[in-house]
Design a protein around this ligand. Sequence first.
Ligand SMILES: [Zn+2]
Length: 233
Amino acid sequence: MPTSQNGWSAGTVAQIGGLNTSYVPGTKVKLPQGVRKGDVATVLHYVAGQFHKTVEPLHAGWCWGYAYRKIEGSSSLSNHASGTAIDLNAPKHPMGARGTFSTAKVAAIRRILAYCEGVVRWGGDYSGRKDEMHFEIVKNAAAVAKLAKKIKAAGSPVTPAPAGTMCKGKLRPVLRRGSTGEHVRFLQAMIGAKVDGDFGPATEARVRWYQKLRRIGVDGIAGPQVWREINKM
Ligand SMILES: [Zn+2]
């Protein structure tokens, strides 16, 4: 069976194990074609539900899910073809457009992504052509299952962990080149770096970019000043 760009099997509805076409939790909106049944649906419904609650209301008819098609301008199958991608309020956030969300809305999106711990990627973070309406699964079934379990355990509707300088009652540590782990994943999600839990050159470059953006000292190290800025988002 072919796979979509993220490695998930793609094909007809039957081939991918069926679609979940229920309402996005907490809304009267459906992703009309649905999304892949099971843990993927739990995760993408979580993203869509939190988007509705914390970013902007979802509009019926403007949100899309499964579609068997190629990525525009490419021969790879779109992640929509495996039922692992969604588009939210598409006409307001057209493909290729940048800055269709306010700073506050981007911060709310980053909180959702941080909660998802790198399992979900936002098209606004693509390095090439932006696709700000688009959210997709970028991890395998085991990682998706783990996140779905966390979402279910927290009950619905779930509030994402707040951005902040504190984590579990402790100040977040200073992170620099070579740092790894959970705090790095949180940092990467909040500043729009690739979430892999490994503070390498790309993360460092992104921290510098963020420091310039927030007009604080630029040294590529995430210390108290960076955490304070993230706390304001
Ligand atoms: Zn899309």
